[in-house]
Design a protein around this ligand. Structure first.
Ligand code: NI
Length: 196
């Protein structure tokens, strides 16, 4: 089932999400719905707060980046298989000199901005069977993870922009929260006028 994606301005996107365990109700169904919702919106990641649940769960499928010819063969191979469920994820270490990449977000349609992040991370997480994994990610895989991880801490990529950039997109963000936007997927707007 495709779920409505929560738009910028909804308080659920600002919550520090809570950890879950294997007893979380209907988790399998929730994960499958989130996947369907992500693919329907052509996203490479989606976090539970974006469908209205403040829990530490997100999904990534970065395989669309595997076609990017600007990337090395090795990176493309990694991204092709970077399709996972992350539960209760933690970033153990972030390393290297910050690099810039133009990010977007399903909750903030039609906004893309350069964001600086460190290139290499060591993470720990549980998969959908609650097995614990530790691994190191770099480049775009790390980037997508960092973006989704921010969501479960109530952080959006627009928070990381310069004061000037924030000022320049302020009106656009307000319009998104009011539903004055044409997204080609289902959304839920916190400040939409009733009856619209
Ligand atoms: Ni996002």
């Amino acid at each position: 089932m495709i779920l409505p994606i929560v738009a910028y301005g909804d308080p659920v996107l600002r919550k520090v999400a809570t950890e879950i365990d294997a007893d979380y109700p209907n988790l399998e169904k929730l994960i499958s719905n989130m996947k369907e919702t992500m693919y329907n919106a052509s996203g490479v990641g989606i976090a539970a707060p974006q469908i209205g649940k403040a829990i530490r769960l997100f999904i990534i499928d970065a395989s669309p980046f595997a076609d990017d010819e600007d990337l090395t063969e090795k990176d493309r191979e990694v991204l092709k298989n970077f399709n996972r469920v992350f539960i209760n994820a933690k970033i153990i270490k972030e390393e290297g000199e910050e690099w810039v990449f133009s990010e977007g977000c399903l909750s903030i349609p039609d906004v893309r901005e350069d964001v600086f992040r460190q290139p290499k991370i060591t993470i720990e997480y549980q998969d959908e069977s609650f097995n614990t994994h530790t691994e190191t990610l770099d480049g775009l895989a790390a980037r997508v993870f960092q973006h989704e991880y921010d969501h479960i801490d109530g952080i959006l990529f627009t928070d990381k922009l310069s004061t000037l950039k924030k000022r320049l997109i302020k009106k656009k963000l307000e319009n998104i929260s009011k539903g004055k936007i044409n997204a080609d997927y289902r959304m839920r707007f916190p400040n939409a006028k009733k009856g619209k």
